[in-house]
Design a protein around this ligand. Structure first.
Ligand code: COA
Length: 175
């Protein structure tokens, strides 16, 4: 068990969550996995996904939920779940999707991702009328292993837009 505190995110944390999302995305997909995003596509994606304003809007959207993980009062991770948006023939908006699970690099491997995931899964099971869904980058084996451990299996593939660049993503399903 990690020693992190897990709790629902607050609106005033939008800026911190956006900054953590940006850093974790860059550490993971650029530094670790080496995806060669064209700079202008990356910049557009960062604005759309990880600006404080975009994050604030999502925190205000009552159909989705966010949790944070903190150590000594500092937010080191977050999870976000809501109605499904993944393009799969069996998937409906009335099903739940894990939209993001991001742990800061320095806090990974300590059980925090697992705790945020189980927190999100409990909410998702209570807010779905069908399977649960997760989209994950095809090369992200660590995340895929974690999700497989909680019963998720590959159900399809799709292209995830990062600006005009497209990542190869797997669609995972449970139930
Ligand atoms: C993928 C990710 C969410 C996993 O979160 P994490 O906190 O690093 O994962 P955990 O520590 O809970 O578990 C990871 C591993 O540590 C092990 N572990 C769990 N608790 C542990 C503990 N207390 N101490 C040491 N190791 C532990 C797990 O068994 C697991 O083993 P594995 O490497 O064989 O899978 C996280 O690494 C991350 O945010 N990565 C970058 C963004 C990303 O890829 N997000 C998912 C996109 S869909």
């Amino acid at each position: 068990m990690s020693d992190a505190e897990i709790r629902p995110a607050r609106l005033e944390e939008a800026e911190v969550l956006a900054a953590l999302g940006r850093t974790t995305f860059i550490d993971t997909f650029i530094h670790e996995f080496g995806i060669p995003y064209p700079p202008e596509d990356l910049a557009a994606y960062m604005d759309a996904s990880f600006s404080a304003e975009a994050t604030r809007k999502r925190l205000l959207d009552s159909s989705q939920v966010w949790w944070t993980a903190s150590i000594d009062g500092e937010i080191v991770g977050f999870a976000n779940a809501g109605p499904n948006t993944l393009p799969h023939a069996d998937a409906r908006a009335s099903h739940a999707e894990l939209r993001r699970l991001y742990i800061a690099k320095r806090a990974q491997g300590r059980g925090i991702g697992t705790r945020l995931l189980t927190t999100a899964l409990t909410w998702m099971e209570a807010h779905t009328d069908g399977p649960l869904w997760i989209g994950v980058w095809s090369g992200n084996l660590k995340a895929q292993r974690l999700y497989a451990g909680y019963g998720f299996t590959k159900a399809g593939e799709y292209k995830y837009p990062v600006g005009t660049w497209y990542d190869d993503e797997f669609i995972l399903r449970r139930g």
